[in-house]
Design a protein around this ligand. Structure first.
Ligand SMILES: *Cc1c(COP(=O)(O)O)cnc(C)c1O
Length: 396
């Protein structure tokens, strides 16, 4: 019989009752070190007092009022994003896919309002992930995600990642803009090469295109800057956020320049739940923590220590781990054994991880993870890797 809960996920047979920091606990008293953070989402870990008390207090006051009225929490949060980014204006929504839909609509709208309604196509990259709505599976372009859902939504062209020549060749009279992840997350923790984002910016400026960054996974402190592109000197025209923005509370956002935002007059776009008092309270609480002057430098410092230890692990198990990828606390181990087997071995050792494309095991702990938790995680990874190294020896 079909389960009441739709079987569209491959769930591990474990359920968590409560969490504390980077740890999750089952009802029967087992504990797991959470290096998945709900897919790079529980940015402040579990039970963070600043976040949980803010949510509880706001929930008791008012949860939702709609966008028929002013929402002071949203005005404050938007102003804080404007102050800390390239952006002049912010739209709030509820998920990464919804933020990316908004980003694509805003790019097309800006072209149309600038007298170029014929420019509506978006260039995307092989290996991208932009979400699961009908349009975003087309933007993603992965055949597995498109299969069975009818003709792909038109308007998305794909070129190889990190190849500026291919990108320039793909630009045509109908091209409106480009959307790109600074580090492809689901695609296998594949980073934009040095100069690639700047090259995209230059191409957009040259051809009158708009540049959209999908920072749904890389944003909100994940790489040690508030946004990953802040490691470079380029800025986008539009940027999508979600995952870590509410510390686990569902939320998304589209940040844009004034030139893009000025076209989004009343009635052009909207969403019922977006930017509610409760969601924006969560977002403000997350920023209260992340904008403390020491927070992001400390993320960078702890992440660098973790990376050094992972590189040592990779040297100790060259038959299992090929290399360490990523930036900050968005790291990937490129494996020689199936990543889902390694993920299962890690679960057995008490460590939660996330598989990614390109046979990569993704490590995305909460940004509050301690040095000793990182050491514990590497110990668990070592045990899991040893299992494969031994079984390989045994098989010879
Ligand atoms: C997770 C993710 C999305 C989709 O977000 P949802 O909240 O699942 O819709 C889009 N883009 C990137 C880069 C992501 O990592």
């Amino acid at each position: 019989m079909i389960p009441a809960l739709m079987p569209n996920y491959n769930r591990a047979d474990v359920a968590f009752e409560r969490g504390e920091g980077a740890w999750l606990f089952t009802a029967d008293g087992r504990r797991f070190l959470d290096f998945g953070a709900g897919i790079a989402t529980s940015s402040l870990g579990h039970g963070h007092p600043v976040l949980t008390s803010a949510i509880a207090e706001q929930a008791a006051r008012v949860i939702h009022v709609s966008n028929l009225y002013r929402v002071p929490q949203a005005e404050t949060l938007a102003a804080r994003f404007v102050e800390n980014s390239f952006a002049d204006s912010v739209f709030f929504c509820n998920s990464g896919a919804e933020a990316n839909e908004g980003m694509v609509k805003m790019i097309r709208k800006a072209q149309a309002e600038a007298g170029h309604p014929e420019r509506w196509r978006i260039i995307c990259f092989d290996g991208a992930f932009h979400g699961r709505t009908l349009a975003m599976i087309s933007a993603t372009g992965n055949a597995n995600y498109l299969k069975g859902y009818g003709p792909p939504v038109d308007g998305f062209d794909h070129v190889p990642f990190n190849n500026l020549n291919a990108l320039r060749d793909a630009i045509g009279p109908e091209t409106a803009g480009i959307i790109v992840e600074p580090i492809q997350g689901e695609g296998g923790i594949r980073s934009a090469n040095e100069g690639f984002l700047q090259g995209l910016r230059a191409a957009c400026d040259e051809f009158g295109l708009l540049l959209g960054l999908d920072e749904v996974q890389t944003g909100m402190g994940r790489t040690g800057k508030l946004f990953a592109h802040q490691w470079t000197t380029m800025t986008p025209d539009v940027m999508s956020l979600a995952k870590g923005i509410g510390g686990g509370f569902p939320m998304g956002a589209v940040l844009t320049t004034e030139a893009v935002a000025k076209n989004m007059r009343p009635g052009t776009h909207g969403t019922t739940f977006g930017g509610s008092p409760l969601a924006c309270t969560a977002g403000n609480a997350v920023l209260d923590v992340m904008l403390q002057p020491d927070f992001l430098p400390d993320v960078e410092r702890r992440a660098a220590m973790l990376r050094t230890q992972l590189e040592a692990l990779a040297r100790d198990f060259p038959s299992v781990i090929q290399d360490v990828r990523g930036h900050g606390f968005l790291l990937g181990l490129k494996l020689s054994v199936p990543n889902t087997d390694m993920q299962a071995a890690c679960l057995g050792a008490g460590l939660l991880t996330v598989a990614a494309g390109d046979n990569v095991l993704r490590l995305a702990p909460p940004l509050i993870v301690s040095v000793s938790d990182c050491e514990a995680a590497v110990g668990m990874l070592r045990r899991a890797a040893a299992h494969f190294a031994e079984s390989k020896v045994a098989a010879q």
